[in-house]
Design a protein. Structure first.
Length: 470
């Protein structure tokens, strides 16, 4: 980190100040080391914060950093792979130690039970005990350990309990001998996934930032008050910022597939499922949450595909008398086959001549593409609900945009989020059909129903204002 800071133009961190006063006692080695470590840690944080500020203020295209983020993700996967192997080896070694020291039920057949320790030490004497131990084990180290444990039954009992809990042969909940490493490694895994997700979705966030400010969505005109939204839509093209979002998403398909098809795949598979919950943390869905009641269960009702798919027919039935959006079973789940991954450490990832590997690559890529597509839908929904006035011409333009975005997501090999399909149906309705829906009351204790109904009513109001109905 010091080298990185110097390369960025920062002055090299100074050494921690030391007390040189002749009247004070010289600090101990431990105190001096702790002081230096604290000082270094603070210096590193300062360099990291300055570096982050410089990168945020620079003109570096985040898309150029996606390859580095993918490599960082692979590095975390490789670290986890090595860590799992280390845990496996350590458990096997602890099992061997347990078997060597506590493998039998009596001292004559190899036991070193603590219940017999006092009698053994007093009746046999050290020399006889050594001879018995040497006969039981070919290892001098095991024999010496046995003598020490017989002299301290309490320590022997504690060691046995630890070995039973830690060994791979234990029927109890395995005790993690590397608990101090597991927590930081988990945080590193989350950070690496969040970094890749943030870099991939940053471009759509910037491209859609002005969507709600578009004058063409609220522009007046002689043909604007007509209900012929489909006729207006026929002569329109997607807005430039929407086409840029589509091109960005399509470029990610090639980049993710190329990286997952390389030797990085075994490492990436250890991070399966990490992208599934990332859309709910994105800026777009946070915007949607802010427009609603701000509750997590309301956000989950719209963001999570399965819950949203089951909710849409209910709300559409209450508003229009019958469901409008055609929802298939494939729309109710996550596109990525996250649960279909094989553990690369099991050696079963490619047992069918390469087809298994292709399936794993597709599963990994689809998981991330689904997360990014869902985050993009959240962006669209958030900005769409922020538009105060939607004229028929504006609805026609948004229908064109939504249709284009749906086609792009289909071209990526995944299903569009059901909320996107629902939005298309809403924008296709005539304002006269929406006035009654504004008075539909919310249902007590049904936060999910109320969340989608409130989102729809926000769109209804903006559409009615644009059609001069309010």
């Amino acid at each position: 980190i010091e080298d990185l800071g110097v390369a960025c133009g920062f002055a090299p961190p100074a050494k921690a100040p030391t007390n040189t006063s002749a009247t004070d006692e010289p600090p101990s080695n431990t105190t001096s080391q702790n002081t230096q470590e604290l000082y270094n840690d603070r210096s590193n944080r300062i360099v990291a914060e300055k570096l982050a500020q410089r990168m945020e203020s620079s003109e570096i295209d985040s898309r150029l950093l996606i390859a580095s983020a993918l490599r960082a993700l692979q590095t975390v996967g490789r670290t986890m792979s090595n860590f799992k192997q280390l845990e496996k080896i350590s458990k096997e070694l602890l099992a061997e130690v347990h078997s060597g020291l506590f493998g039998q039920s009596s001292l004559g057949t190899g036991s070193l039970s603590s219940s017999q320790s006092s009698a053994a030490v007093t009746s046999t004497g050290p020399k006889a005990l050594v001879g018995a131990a040497m006969k039981q084990s070919a290892s001098l180290g095991a024999a010496y350990a046995s003598i020490l444990m017989l002299q301290d039954p309490h320590a022997s009992s504690e060691l046995k309990s630890f070995l039973v809990a830690s060994s791979s042969t234990s029927h109890h909940l395995a005790q993690n001998a590397f608990a101090s490493v597991s927590a930081p490694l988990t945080r590193l895994r989350v950070s690496a996934s969040q970094l890749l997700f943030t870099l991939c979705i940053e471009a759509p966030e910037k491209m859609m930032a002005t969507l709600a400010d578009g004058e063409e969505l609220a522009v007046g005109g002689s043909g604007d008050v007509s209900d012929d939204v489909e006729g207006l839509k026929g002569s329109m093209l997607p807005q430039p910022n929407i086409t840029q979002v589509g091109e960005h998403l399509l470029s990610l398909v090639q980049e993710l597939e190329a990286f997952a098809s390389s030797n990085a795949l075994p490492d990436l598979l250890l991070l399966k499922g990490d992208a599934v919950n990332l859309p709910a943390q994105s800026a777009g869905w946070a915007m949607v949450k802010g427009l609603l009641d701000g509750k997590e269960d309301s956000l989950e009702a719209l963001c999570k595909r399965s819950s949203c798919a089951s909710l849409i027919p209910v709300v559409e039935g209450a508003v229009f008398g019958s469901p409008l959006t055609s929802i298939t079973p494939a729309d109710c789940g996550v596109n990525s086959a996250a649960n279909a991954y094989s553990d690369p450490l099991d050696g079963e990832a490619d047992t069918d001549g390469g087809r298994g590997t292709s399936h794993l690559v597709l599963s990994f890529v689809n998981e991330w593409l689904t997360a990014l597509a869902d985050a993009t839908v959240g962006l669209l929904a958030g900005h769409l609900a922020s538009i105060p006035v939607l004229t028929p011409r504006g609805c026609a333009q948004l229908l064109t945009d939504v249709e284009y975005l749906s086609n792009v997501i289909n071209a990526m090999g995944i299903r569009p989020h059901v909320l996107l399909l629902h939005i298309y149906q809403i924008l296709s309705q005539k304002p006269d059909n929406l006035l009654r829906a504004l008075d539909i009351p919310q249902v007590k204790a049904r936060h999910d129903f109320n969340a989608l109904l409130k989102f729809d009513q926000i769109l209804f109001k903006s559409m009615c204002r644009g059609a001069k109905k309010l």
